[in-house]
Design a protein around this ligand. Sequence first.
Ligand code: AMP
Length: 114
Amino acid sequence: MTACLFCSIAAGEVSASFVHQDELVIAFRDINPQAPTHILVVPREHIVSAAELSAVQDPVWARLLHVSQQLAAAEGIVESGYRIVTNVGRDAGQSVSHLHLHLLGGRAMSWPPG
Ligand code: AMP
């Protein structure tokens, strides 16, 4: 078992409600959903946060966004709108130190975020 929760999910050591898996990226439903659609889109590679990305990981970042776009379409939230969020560090409230995009939709959201 790896020490990182999302690495463990990617390795199949911890179960999750998967909605997508490919060679670079996995996506699964958030265990504590904050909207009718709340999916986490996660690179298989252990990258701590968006602050740790380097140019060699551009394909990973692009895939994260493309998969998020495809999942939004599959969830039927393109017309109503959705939000893609990635928290970086303490002040943003990042609780899992493995890069992930939150795909949120299915309800109206306020701005600015809390
Ligand atoms: P963040 O706070 O931005 O790091 O987001 C971490 C997210 O991971 C939170 O929304 C949690 O609800 C979610 N989470 C934690 N453990 C699990 C799990 N085992 N399966 C699915 N989502 C999880």
